[in-house]
Write a protein that binds this ligand. Structure first.
Ligand code: ASP
Length: 320
């Protein structure tokens, strides 16, 4: 059982500046005294439907064979989490993950069976491949780029305006909406949703929908979520490692740095690898860190919306 605080100042924290588009949907929930879990799912749901965000939901880039597949995870506590992987026919992966969490004895459903579950709970079927994503896939096929989701994916730069860039061009790659919330009752929740890495091998699942990797929430300690090169996060159980560091008393940003240091010592990192992490302690303290420049964080409190640079960048100043 958790010792929730009797009251708290609500806060929403998301990966990337486009997270604020989700906060516009989610903040009214928190402001009205609603539940953190409703807020984080609403934030992801809004981003999934936004074709301007081309790495989450509709607009996401497809796998090697031209199929968009979606992954998501929702978590209140170790005993209350849900996840869905490789959805091909339903857009609202976070909502479906929440349904799995609340209405089944399971944590994770995958692939065709997950789409069948979504049908059964009344989620509408949708075509996930946007015209822009189809065009990008056609040109990737034509250029015959190597099918290696890590080397192939590049690194996004967030200039703070809700869109990501690759040099002067719009970024066409991977990233994840990860949202953490603390509600007025002092309850934490987190959710994340992604289309994973572009041109991935069919069936590839990254860190985002895996409890403890892309997202972890311990109601007595805090919450962490990740974005970036999922394979780097998966090998170190990144989100759980960050929460465990906070359990040992680390400040939220220090805890995230420990995750990045573990990644640094565990992999041969390439210049284009990026991992962005955010943390929300149950007492409302926040943290943020990234491997490299280019990551941003969206935050909403009673004082309004703000876009923040990460508090710490492990390899600052390397090319954007
Ligand atoms: N971490 C996600 C994945 O590997 C993608 C991203 O956040 O860029 O699926």
């Amino acid at each position: 059982m958790s010792a929730f605080m009797a009251s708290a100042t609500p806060i929403l924290l998301s990966t990337w500046s486009f997270g604020l588009r989700g906060h516009a949907a989610a903040w009214p929930v928190l402001e009205a005294g609603g539940h953190a879990v409703d807020a984080v799912v609403d934030a992801c749901t809004a981003i999934e439907a936004d074709p301007e965000v081309d790495s989450v939901g509709f607009g996401g880039l497809p796998d090697r064979d031209g199929h968009v597949t979606l992954d998501a995870c929702v978590m209140r506590s170790p005993a209350s989490c849900g996840s869905v992987c490789c959805l091909r026919q339903h857009l609202h992966a976070a909502r479906i993950a929440r349904d799995i969490m609340d209405s089944t004895p399971h944590v994770m459903l995958v692939g065709e069976a997950a789409d069948a579950y979504a049908d059964a709970v009344g989620e509408p079927r949708e075509d996930l491949l946007s015209p822009a994503a189809a065009k990008a896939w056609e040109s990737w096929k034509r250029d015959g780029t190597d099918v290696d989701q890590i080397r192939d994916a590049g690194r996004p730069v967030d200039r703070g305006g809700g869109q990501l860039f690759d040099g002067e061009r719009r970024w066409a790659g991977h990233d994840t909406i990860g949202t953490l919330a603390l509600d007025a009752m002092g309850v934490l929740a987190g959710a994340c949703s992604t289309s994973g890495s572009p041109w991935k091998l069919p069936g590839r699942v990254g860190d985002s929908p895996i409890v403890g990797h892309g997202l972890y929430v311990d109601p007595d300690i805090g919450a962490v979520t990740a974005t970036g090169s999922g394979e780097l996060v998966m090998g170190v159980c990144g989100a759980m490692l960050g929460v465990e560091e906070m359990r040992r008393g680390a400040e939220p940003t220090e805890a995230l740095l420990a995750v990045l240091e573990r990644i640094k010592s565990s992999y041969d990192l390439e210049e284009k690898h990026q991992v962005g992490l955010i943390a929300l302690h149950r007492d409302g303290r926040i943290g943020s860190a990234a491997l490299r420049d280019g990551f941003k964080v969206g935050i909403t409190t009673v004082d309004g919306d703000e876009i923040l640079d990460p508090e710490h960048v492990l390899f600052p100043g390397e090319s954007e």
